[in-house]
Design a protein around this ligand. Structure first.
Ligand SMILES: NC(=O)c1ccc[n+]([C@@H]2O[C@H](COP(=O)([O-])OP(=O)(O)OC[C@H]3O[C@@H](n4cnc5c(N)ncnc54)[C@H](OP(=O)(O)O)[C@@H]3O)[C@@H](O)[C@H]2O)c1
Length: 306
């Protein structure tokens, strides 16, 4: 009889061997979720290969590294050769997934990839407008194992899209009104992704809607930020045109401004308010809270003089 090891790192290796996951190809490894996936694979000594547009950046992750670009189909095949599983992330700038992610998936299946874990977005199942929809359909309609993660709004937006406003102007400036948001930490998405990569039999064919455990307003987020940073951060609800001009001044492309605006206006109407209990069930422990996230990443919002 095979006895599984008791500590979690060896247990993951054991599962890896048991289910014959020889190599995992990771996309988006320099981003919020992908970097956390890589960190977890590295900690558990699971073999992985990172594909990024910038090879040097991929090499810095500590795994095998290849140059990989969704916009360059010549990079697809070598990226996935010898891999059983793929962590698939749609880069935010890629809108047409039919010409990028879907052809990549076809090559991956030809090369023997059995399990694909895809980071989609909450609500994508019934929303043909979001680019993730086409990828979900492609996964479901073609042979091969898959797990779809549909996360809500990321806490990491505070360290990304909102960071400059916080650092330079001590404010959050989005057109979200008084809407509540069940922010999810990208590290928890990564943890679920790794489970689905290492234990495909337990998760294949499943779609999971994932949110944080508490819905909060931007006023509450600003208060938590103020507490963490020891300086006052305020939430200024933006008007739609005011937000558009703000992003224009930041030189954001018009298409992206439109998407950002639609997403944030949706928050006013409670689009990201619902709390789903799937995440803690999959994790086996409570997810990171907003307070945890702000504490762990606090250096992102410090001014150079602090
Ligand atoms: N933000 C939210 O609140 C939210 C909520 C739900 C779902 N989502 C979804 O989550 C995804 C974003 O995840 P994230 O925040 O982890 O991403 P992210 O931090 O923006 O990172 C994007 C990653 O994609 C890579 N990339 C960019 N262009 C590429 C290309 N042409 N070929 C190959 N790789 C490329 C980037 O690498 P380099 O730039 O280093 O090349 C980077 O590693 C999106 O699909 C988004 O719709 C986001």
């Amino acid at each position: 009889m095979i006895i599984p090891p008791s500590d979690s790192a060896s247990y993951a290796v054991f599962y890896n061997l048991l289910q014959r996951i020889a190599m995992i190809f990771v996309t988006g490894a320099s981003g919020n979720v992908g970097a956390a996936v890589v960190e977890r694979l590295r900690d558990r000594q699971i073999p992985f290969r990172v594909g990024l547009r910038n090879l040097e950046r991929a090499q810095q992750t500590g795994g095998e590294a290849v140059r990989f670009d969704f916009l360059d189909a010549r990079t697809y095949r070598t990226a996935v050769q010898g891999c059983d599983a793929v962590f698939l992330l749609r880069p935010p700038a890629i809108a047409d997934t039919r010409k990028t992610l879907n052809p990549f998936l076809e090559v991956a299946r030809q090369e023997g990839v059995r399990q694909v874990v895809f980071v989609s977005v909450a609500g994508a199942a019934d929303n043909r407008i979001v680019p993730h929809y086409g990828v979900e359909q492609h996964l479901m309609q073609n042979p091969g194992g898959w797990t779809i993660l549909r996360p809500g709004f990321f806490a990491q937006n505070l360290g990304g899209a909102y960071r400059t406003d916080i650092v330079e102007n001590d404010r959050l400036f989005v057109p979200a009104g008084q809407g509540l948001v069940a922010f999810i930490d990208g590290r928890d998405i990564a943890e679920v992704a790794v489970k689905a990569l290492l234990e495909p039999d337990a998760h294949t064919g499943q779609s999971y809607t994932l949110t944080g455990s508490e819905a909060m307003s931007f006023d509450q987020v600003a208060a938590l930020l103020s507490e963490e940073l020891d300086r006052t951060i305020v939430y200024k609800p933006a008007s739609i045109p005011g937000y558009g001009f703000h992003l224009l001044r930041r030189r954001m492309p018009i298409a992206q401004i439109a998407i950002q605006t639609i997403l944030h206006v949706g928050l006013r109407y409670g689009q990201a308010e619902a709390v789903d209990d799937t995440l803690p069930k999959l994790l086996g422990h409570p997810p990171h809270s907003m307070r945890d996230y702000l504490h762990d990443f606090r250096s992102l919002w410090l001014r150079s003089s602090h």
